[in-house]
Unconditional design. Structure first.
Lengths: 167, 167
DNA sequence: CACTGATTTCACGAATTCGTGAATCTTCTG
DNA sequence: CAGAAGATTCACGAATTCGTGAAATCAGTG
């Protein structure tokens, strides 16, 4: 029995689906909500990086409502964007090329909230208590990271640019 | 009516409790489980950085079981350690001085799992598909971060050392 | 401006998480 | 080695999260 084209395509999709689940599981282990993780990986592993809601729903075997929810989440954390082909009713969702940069920079806002809390704590505890000095250490560390992170990213993109000048 | 010492202490504790809740909320907003967050902040803001289970329970108004659970969580993510004064039945839980370094390095293991998944995906998709090249970009980025992070930390500790040589 | 295809919203049910109280287990003291 | 103080485990109930189906809303098209 020969493996025809249809069989092959089916096998490929089967394998892709399995992979998506595995990768998504790794992400959920790190606190990522389940559906968003699956949708995100589906987009990452699609050739164009752009899929419609219907394609996502059928690939992942989920309801349109689930797609909607996942995409809303992913949008708010800037991991995917919404596009609409002009003169069409279908949205297309896409992963940004620099997803990870955005994801990292997002951490930044988190850091700044932490810094706010730490500063507040230091004032409350009085500047010369041992606890305050512990909080101060943390604050110092965070502001260091927050200062250095953008520089690190910049360096990465500069290096990468150098390696693929044709991009 | 004069403010006596007891009143002042009570007011301080009240304020501390409020602060702990606020800071813990900030942490939970970033995916941190609630109880662990509260216990962690309580330890951070204690003068010695070390509290017994009973002290935590009374400060946070939670059951011993909740303390136990929170502490177990915090231990597994290396944010607090357990100590026992020799010749005592009481455990003391403490925040490590370099909590944040550990926390960051922990991210490292997360990154390496992601890298594994990405590599797997690249193989599955065939190395010259567009999707594979997208995954490849991500892989490249992560290995960069994983390489640079320890260097960044090292630099921080070296700089800090220079600023507080008496430590 | 009615029609149709597509997305979002909402209420519900299922599943999971979370904290407690009670019981069990551990470890020091006499 | 019995007793007591402390910590942990476990089952339960409460609260939250999650995904679905159905209804409502939105946006192009003729």
């Amino acid at each position: 029995m020969a493996t025809n084209r249809t069989d092959q395509a089916a096998a490929d999709q089967e394998e892709l689906r399995d992979y998506i689940e595995r990768f998504a599981n790794v992400l959920t282990d790190t606190g990522f909500p389940r559906m968003p993780a699956r949708v995100f990986v589906a987009l990452l592993t699609s050739d164009t990086g752009r899929l419609t809601a219907a394609e996502l729903a059928s690939l992942l075997q989920i309801s349109p409502a689930a797609v909607s929810g996942a995409v809303r989440y992913l949008s708010t954390v800037h991991l995917v964007g919404r596009e609409r082909d002009p003169g069409s009713r279908r949205d297309r969702y896409r992963v940004f090329d620099d997803v990870w940069r955005d994801a990292l920079l997002q951490r930044d806002s988190m850091l700044s909230r932490w810094e706010t809390s730490l500063t507040e704590g230091i004032h409350m505890l009085g500047p010369d208590s041992p606890a305050a000095s512990r909080l101060g250490e943390s604050l110092h560390f965070f502001s260091f990271v927050r200062r250095e992170l953008p520089l690190l990213l910049e360096r990465y993109y500069r290096e990468r640019e150098g390696m693929t000048p044709q991009q």
